[in-house]
Design a binder for this molecule. Structure first.
Ligand SMILES: [Fe+2]
Ligand SMILES: [Fe+2]
Length: 180
């Protein structure tokens, strides 16, 4: 791999990946926690709990990686702690379908994000383990998106507007969590 001037060193690139993924999985777990706080007695609860548990497993994996590799976590964790939960709770307050619409929006962004990382990791053959993790998690996130659609996301009021806004917010969160 050729390193161009202004490019990050390979180890910095990997550190950034782990930092942002750790932050993303943290935010995702908080979104489902926020949704469950509102919808814990609804028919969507088992599905939300299933997705929350998977996000927690993803988070645990990146927690271990961040520790094992001594990667600095994002300083924005307290922000994502609140923002994720609020996004989850607000979307759930709008109804079960809106909660699903939130899932579709967030998971679309995460899917694209993991796809990009996976492609970049092709340049790092010794990062086979990380590549495997990201491919596996990407499949899980794609499944979450499908579940959202199967459970009526597209029928949520103002689905398109909501999706656009949440996707923009998620991309902004990724941008910041990669860097600080
Ligand atoms: Fe996840
Ligand atoms: Fe997910």
């Amino acid at each position: 791999m050729k390193i161009l001037p202004g490019d990050l060193s390979p180890s910095k690139t990997i550190d950034r990946m782990i930092r942002v993924d750790h932050a993303g999985e943290y935010g995702a777990a908080r979104i489902y926690e926020g949704q469950l706080s509102v919808l814990k007695n609804s028919s969507s609860a088992p599905l939300l709990e299933h997705m929350r548990a998977q996000e927690q497993a993803h988070l645990d994996t990146f927690d271990n990686l961040i520790r094992a590799r001594r990667v600095r976590p994002t300083v924005l964790s307290p922000v994502w702690h609140v923002a994720g939960y609020v996004l989850g709770a607000l979307s759930a307050r709008l109804g079960e379908k809106s909660a699903m619409a939130c899932t579709v929006a967030v998971e679309e962004v995460i899917d694209e994000h993991y796809a990009r990382q996976s492609k970049e990791l092709d340049n790092f053959p010794h990062e086979e383990e990380l590549q495997k993790i990201i491919r596996q998690f990407r499949e899980d996130e794609q499944r979450h998106r499908e579940l959202g659609i199967e459970h009526g996301a597209a029928d949520a009021p103002a689905f398109k507007v909501m999706k656009t806004m949440i996707k923009m917010a998620s991309k902004t969160a990724i941008w910041f969590s990669t860097r600080i």
